[in-house]
Ligand binder design. Structure first.
Ligand SMILES: Nc1ncnc2c1ncn2[C@@H]1O[C@H](COP(=O)(O)OP(=O)(O)O)[C@@H](O)[C@H]1O
Ligand SMILES: [Mg+2]
Length: 238
């Protein structure tokens, strides 16, 4: 899906109640002579159900973009709205709550807990929220199957390959059907077939559940699954 608005970076319906929108976002890291402009006046809108890919070389600001979009890092200037709320106007505590409720992250490192099985990794966030019922268990098993790990459901991280751990991280992020899904280099440890499957799963969840999804990657082979592709160079978005 491409948009016809004058500013092609902002999808017309992303400004409404759902979705994700960044306006004039600048992020400066470090200070003095070592200051780096990681994001330079970035504007981006992602509507519910839209899958946006951002490609760019290492160091261009892709991970910074996701950190700011997901409220992990406050921008130096500019605003972020998710699901109609200005994330950047919230207190730290409110922002953490909004992140847990509305945002799913898939980090480059899967950040799994060593002592938990694959199935337990998926159930933990709902357990903490007191929402662990039969529906959650069914969804966990469906997602474990969707990432091809049914035979691994009882395994712990040290028993898994890097690619398997990456697929657990993806399944875990989808457990809560977040309004906004932010995915950082999801296929770096996967072969071509597994990469295509992982990206297909992200696209399906985005379209079926009306998720606003940003996936950053430097893998041009997986960009076709996205509705739009933007390029990031030196903190600026094409
Ligand atoms: N904590 C930090 N302090 C200072 N500079 C940083 C920090 N994190 C990232 N950077 C710099 O910000 C720029 C963008 O980094 P990053 O968003 O990680 O890019 P990418 O994900 O595209 O590789 C790079 O120049 C990087 O060196
Ligand atoms: Mg990165």
């Amino acid at each position: 899906m491409t948009t016809t608005s004058t500013d092609h970076r902002i999808a017309p319906d992303a400004a409404g109640s759902g979705g994700l929108r960044l306006d004039g976002v600048t992020l400066t890291l470090g200070d003095g002579d070592s200051a780096v402009t990681a994001l330079d006046h970035v504007g981006l809108g992602v509507a519910p159900g839209e899958f946006v890919a951002v490609v760019g070389p290492s160091g261009s600001g892709k991970s910074s973009l996701l950190a700011v979009a997901g409220g992990l890092q406050q921008p130096t200037s500019g605003t972020v709205h998710i699901a109609g709320t200005e994330l950047t106007a919230l207190s730290d505590k409110e922002r953490t709550a909004a992140r847990r409720r509305h945002i799913g992250f898939v980090f480059q490192q899967s950040n799994l807990l060593a002592s938990l099985t694959v199935r337990e990794q998926l159930l933990l966030p709902l357990h903490i929220d007191g929402r662990l019922g039969a529906a959650a268990r069914t969804r966990a098993d469906e997602l474990i199957e969707a990432v091809g790990l049914t035979h691994r459901a009882g395994s712990r991280p040290h028993q898994l390959s890097g690619g398997e751990r990456q697929r657990v991280g993806l399944a875990r992020a989808l457990m809560t059907s977040p309004a906004v899904l932010l995915v950082d280099e999801p296929t770096s440890a996967l072969d071509r077939v597994r990469s295509a499957e992982a990206v297909q799963l992200i696209a399906e969840q985005t379209h079926e559940r009306g998720t606003a999804t940003i996936m950053v990657t430097h893998d041009t082979a997986i960009m076709d699954a996205a509705d739009r592709v933007h390029e990031m160079v030196d903190g600026r978005l094409s």
